[in-house]
Write a protein of this length. Structure first.
Length: 278
C-alpha cells in the first residue's frame, strides 16, 4: 500500500494586523448567525404549513408570510420550498469538512471521517422534535425524500474524496484495492450513521444516540480500518517518525508505548492485537 506524501506549503509572510480586522470579523460572524437564524425561521414556517395544509397545497408566498418576510427574502435563502426544511445542511457540511482539515497528523483517516459525520448527527440531535417531524414529512412526500437523498450524497462524496486523498492515485492498478476500500468505507460510515439516525428518529428522538453511533462506527472501523491502513501519509525516510503506538509481549506481560497525541482507540486496538498474538 502506497501513501501520498504531502509537503507543507511555504509559509506566508504574516500580514500586518489592521485595527479594522476585529470589527470586520465580528461583523461577518453576526451576519452568518443572522443568516442561519432566518433560514431556521423559514424552515419552521414551512414545516408548520406542510403539517397543517399539506406539502402540495403550501406555497412559497405562504411560507414567507408565516415567517413575516417578503417572498424575495425567501429566495435569498432557499431555491425552492422543499429545500426550506433542510436549513442546516450547508453549514453542517462546512463543519464536517473543517473536522477533516484539522485532523491530528497521526489519526486513522477512517476515525477522522467518523468524527466528521458526527457533525451531522449533532445537527439532528440539537432539535429532536423538529428532526422527528421532518423525518415524518420526508417519509410522506417523495420530493422531500429526494432532497434528503441528495444531501446525504454530498456528505458521502466529501468523505470519499478525503479517504482517497490518503492514497497515491498513480499507484492504481490491478490488485490494488485501496480505491475500492476507500469508497466502500466512506459509504459504510454514511450508511451506519443513517441507520442509527433512522432508528433514533423512529423512537421519537429518545435514547443515547451518540453511544449508538459510536457502536456502529466501531463495527465499520473493525471491518474496514485495517484494510485501508493506519495513520496519515507515511513520512519519507529522512523524516520518519516512530509509530503512534507500539506494543510487545514478554511472557504474560504486554508493554505498550504510545505518544501523547495517539488516539485512545488506536492504543486499545494495538494492545488487543498484542494480547491476541501467540
Amino acid at each position: 500500500m502506497q501513501y501520498v506524501r504531502t509537503m507543507p506549503k511555504a509559509a506566508k509572510t504574516p500580514r500586518a494586523t489592521s485595527t479594522s480586522d476585529a470589527p470586520e470579523s465580528a461583523a461577518g460572524t453576526r451576519a452568518a448567525a443572522q443568516r442561519l437564524k432566518m433560514r431556521r425561521e423559514l424552515a419552521t414556517a414551512a414545516m408548520e404549513l406542510f403539517a397543517t395544509k399539506g406539502y402540495e397545497a403550501t406555497t412559497v408566498d405562504e411560507i414567507a408570510a408565516t415567517a413575516g418576510v417578503a417572498r424575495r427574502t425567501f429566495f435569498r435563502h432557499f431555491r425552492s420550498k422543499e429545500e426550506a426544511i433542510f436549513p442546516d445542511h450547508d453549514d453542517t457540511l462546512v463543519r464536517a469538512e473543517a473536522v477533516l482539515n484539522a485532523a491530528p497528523p497521526h489519526e486513522h483517516p477512517l476515525d477522522t471521517v467518523c468524527r466528521g459525520i458526527k457533525e451531522v448527527m449533532k445537527m439532528y440531535a440539537g432539535s429532536p422534535a423538529v428532526s422527528v417531524e421532518r423525518y415524518r414529512l420526508t417519509r410522506e412526500v417523495p420530493t422531500l425524500r429526494e432532497r434528503e437523498i441528495a444531501s446525504v450524497a454530498r456528505y458521502e462524496r466529501l468523505f470519499t474524496r478525503y479517504l482517497l486523498g490518503h492514497f497515491d492515485e498513480r499507484d492504481h492498478h490491478d490488485g490494488n484495492d485501496d480505491p475500492l476500500l476507500a469508497e466502500v468505507a466512506a459509504s459504510a460510515v454514511v450508511t451506519a450513521h443513517n441507520h442509527v439516525l433512522r432508528r433514533w428518529l423512529r423512537a421519537g428522538g429518545q435514547g443515547d444516540v451518540e453511544a449508538q453511533l459510536d457502536h456502529a462506527f466501531a463495527i465499520v472501523r473493525d471491518t474496514f480500518g485495517s484494510g485501508i491502513g493506519a495513520g496519515r501519509p507515511a513520512p519519507s525516510p529522512q523524516t520518519e517518525q516512530a509509530p503512534a503506538v507500539r506494543a510487545s509481549t514478554t511472557g504474560d506481560v504486554v508493554v505498550a508505548v504510545a505518544r501523547t497525541d495517539a488516539p485512545l482507540d488506536e492504543v486499545m486496538r494495538t494492545i488487543q492485537q498484542a494480547l491476541k498474538s501467540p
